[in-house]
Design a protein around this ligand. Structure first.
Ligand code: HEC
Length: 197
């Protein structure tokens, strides 16, 4: 079952019982919040990368293509919000997709192949909202995610190989679909659990 709500935002509502019905206004609030959080984090990450490449070169900047390198994550955690990125070809195996991620990804890859625009998605589960937004490859990214030797400098390849022996995040081109942002919002504790406490 799939429900489309205004602003062309996709809400996937699963048929399983653990998923609750959420009104469209609440979904929109979370979708807007998710979008802002992703935009701020993505800008911050990009600026940090550019600065660190200038200061320390590509090898030095390597550890700054991490969401928690932005310093935004701990402030969000206090609000019960977490942000991360997932990919079907991750560099860090920690960023592998789970079943829910794959549900959205399947939709994205299908649309991407058909040259449709990819819009943010929101999934409502019993205790959480999950917001997703696609990530595309830009010129800057090729330094570390492009083709070995052609885009990635020779000197960087042994560094990548030793840090990420299972690296699958190379050979991308500008405009490729690289992965997805994923923001998790905790919902308030469901009422029935309060009976015991
Ligand atoms: C200086 C090298 C460098 C640059 C430039 C760079 N990345 Fe990365 N990227 C990395 C490294 C290293 C990781 C693994 C981080 C970790 O261990 O969590 C990574 C991880 C990622 C991930 C998480 C999924 C995965 O593969 O583990 C995404 C998504 C990503 N990069 C996208 C981008 C995009 C988009 C750009 C351009 C805006 C970019 N990167 C630029 C080095 C880089």
């Amino acid at each position: 079952m799939k429900k489309i709500i205004p602003l062309a935002l996709i809400v996937f509502a699963s048929c399983q019982n653990k998923h609750s019905v959420t009104d469209a206004a609440t979904s929109l609030q979370y979708a807007n919040a998710g979008d802002s959080i992703v935009n701020i984090t993505a800008d911050s990450l990009r600026n940090t990368l550019i600065r660190k490449i200038g200061e320390e070169g590509l090898a030095g900047a390597m550890r700054f293509c991490k969401v928690n390198a932005t310093g935004i994550t701990s402030a969000l955690a206090q609000e019960g919000i977490s942000i991360g990125r997932v990919s079907d070809r991750p560099r860090n195996i920690y960023n592998e997709m789970n079943e829910r991620d794959k549900l959205v990804w399947t939709e994205y890859t299908y649309k991407f192949a058909n040259h449709d625009s990819l819009r943010p998605a929101l999934i409502s589960e019993k205790n959480e909202f999950h917001f997703y937004k696609p990530i595309f490859v830009q010129q800057l990214c090729l330094n570390c995610h492009g083709a070995s030797k052609k885009d990635i400098p020779d000197s960087l390849i042994p560094v990548l190989d030793s840090l990420y022996p299972q690296d699958r995040a190379r050979s991308y081109k500008v405009g490729d679909l690289r992965g997805m942002w994923h923001v998790t919002f905790k919902k308030e504790a469901p009422k029935e659990t309060k009976k015991n406490g």
